[in-house]
Design a protein around this ligand. Structure first.
Ligand code: ZN
Length: 101
C-alpha cells in the first residue's frame, strides 16, 4: 500500500520531466526550428555550407505554406553575413547541424 502511494508522485515527476523535454523530442524528430544552424546540401553546389534557417518570407513560399503547412521552405542566412544564402530551400536540402545537439 505504501509502495503504491509512493509510486504516484514518481510518475508525476516523470511526466513533468517529459514535458520539459519537449525541445529534446522536437530535435529527435529532426524538425527544423527557425534560427537553427543547418547544413545546406541542396541543388546549388556552390552554396553548400552552414546557415541559419528561417521560414522563407517570399510570397511563393508563404502561399505554399498556406495550402500545405507541412511544406515549409527555408531562407538560409550566412551566420557570418558574408554570403547571400539560398532562398526557398526545401526541407530535404538541409540537415540540422550536429552543433545544435
Ligand atoms: Zn521562398
Amino acid at each position: 500500500m505504501t509502495a503504491a502511494r509512493a509510486s504516484i508522485p514518481l510518475r508525476l515527476q516523470s511526466l513533468q520531466e517529459n514535458a520539459m523535454g519537449d525541445d529534446t523530442l522536437f530535435h529527435s524528430l529532426d524538425l527544423i526550428q527557425s534560427g537553427d544552424l543547418v547544413r545546406y546540401h541542396g541543388s546549388i553546389p556552390h552554396a553548400h555550407g552552414l546557415y541559419i534557417a528561417v521560414p522563407c518570407p517570399c510570397s511563393a513560399c508563404q502561399f505554399l505554406y498556406a495550402i500545405a503547412p507541412t511544406d515549409t521552405r527555408y531562407a538560409l542566412i550566412d551566420p557570418w553575413g558574408e554570403l547571400p544564402g539560398p532562398r526557398c530551400a526545401r526541407r530535404e536540402s538541409i540537415t540540422r547541424s550536429i552543433a545544435c545537439n
